[in-house]
Design a protein around this ligand. Structure first.
Ligand SMILES: Cc1cc2nc3c(=O)[nH]c(=O)nc-3n(C[C@H](O)[C@H](O)[C@H](O)COP(=O)(O)OP(=O)(O)OC[C@H]3O[C@@H](n4cnc5c(N)ncnc54)[C@H](O)[C@@H]3O)c2cc1C
Length: 292
């Protein structure tokens, strides 16, 4: 078990790790893909570079720097998070536990543009199986997605729902969906229903009756992960205080996922604050435990 697990290895996650690892905490960083840094090949407003620097260079240097000071960095996709005396972070390939977690997975994606999706939000459309699955017990439900995150959400629903169908919306499945799950690869046309969602109309005109549609496209975004723990969000941002603490004790957030100025300098500063806050809380907890 690590002392702290950091989700995301962009500027905010790596900056957090520099502070926790150098303070002697057993630090694990989990990240997949490059986040926003890989979308820019010329950064010229970040301190300390006389010439423009590619985002890829910053990303690679950050990872090497964190490893050098003792952080462990694993390439994996975070698909879920739960709490029972410790945080339990589920990834595509394992489970990691820690008393402290820092969310640094960048800005949340926008919802896909499927007619009816926004209208039925809260009336059949959900973004969190562990939060809302109970409302759909013994009913037919569908999960929208094609990868490991969709598989994780579908697995949460299987013990509760009458039937779970994975809708890939035209994509080839990227995860190994077990035979208990029906997989429908056709493109989605629109959602239909009245007061509540009644079903999904596919692009070829056929219909799938479903009481719930759980959106799990691509990888889990920051607000998707936050919601699973009851962390307060405001629009696409996770709500934090000045120490980067969320409303859930032991759970912190840093960088673009907290909104405000979406720039590297702010993400790095957030990471420094979150890292030092975690160190302080960890030492306070250890002091209580070792008190006579
Ligand atoms: C096109 C573009 C140009 C930009 N140009 C500039 C600029 O010139 N100057 C500037 O200061 N800023 C710029 N920015 C903004 C800057 O890149 C971001 O503010 C900064 O990268 C935010 O850092 P972060 O660590 O919060 O998030 P990110 O850098 O997005 O890092 C998030 C990390 O989390 C990982 N992750 C996400 N979800 C999961 C999951 N489920 N499982 C595992 N890992 C996950 C990602 O792979 C990534 O490693 C630009 C952004 C874009 C998109």
């Amino acid at each position: 078990m690590a002392d702290v697990v950091i989700l995301g290895r962009g500027p905010a996650g790596i900056s957090t790790a520099l502070y926790t690892a150098r303070a002697g905490l057993d630090t694990l960083v989990i990240g997949r893909g490059g986040g926003s840094l890989l979308k820019t090949d010329k950064i010229e407003n970040y301190y300390g570079f006389a010439e423009p620097v590619p985002g890829k260079t910053l990303l690679e240097n950050g990872v090497a720097q964190a490893r050098r000071v003792g952080a462990e960095i694993v390439e994996d996709e975070v698909v879920g998070i739960a709490f029972d005396s410790r945080f339990a972070v589920s990834t595509a390939s394992g489970l990691f536990r820690a008393p402290f977690v820092v969310l640094a997975t960048g800005s949340s994606r926008r919802a896909p543009k499927i007619p009816g999706l926004a209208e039925f939000e809260g009336r059949g459309v959900s973004y969190c199986a562990v939060c809302d699955g109970f409302f759909y017990r013994r009913k037919n439900v569908a999960v929208l997605g094609a990868g490991d995150y969709a598989l994780h959400e579908a697995a949460e629903l299987l013990p509760l729902a009458a039937k779970v169908t994975v809708l890939t919306d035209g994509e080839e499945p990227r995860a190994k969906f077990p035979p208990e799950l029906a997989v429908e690869k056709k493109k989605i046309g629109a959602l239909f229903g009245g007061e509540k969602l009644a079903g999904v109309r596919l692009a070829d005109g056929s219909e799938l009756e479903t009481a719930g549609l759980f959106v799990a496209l691509g990888v889990a975004g920051s607000t998707d992960l936050a919601r699973k723990l009851g962390v307060q969000t405001k629009g696409p941002a996770v709500v934090v205080d000045e120490d980067r603490r969320t409303n859930v004790p032991g759970f912190y957030a840093a960088g673009d996922c907290t909104g405000g100025l979406m720039q590297i300098s702010k993400a790095v500063a957030d990471g420094a604050i979150a890292g030092t806050s975690v160190v302080k809380a960890f030492r306070a907890q250890s002091a209580v435990r070792s008190a006579p």
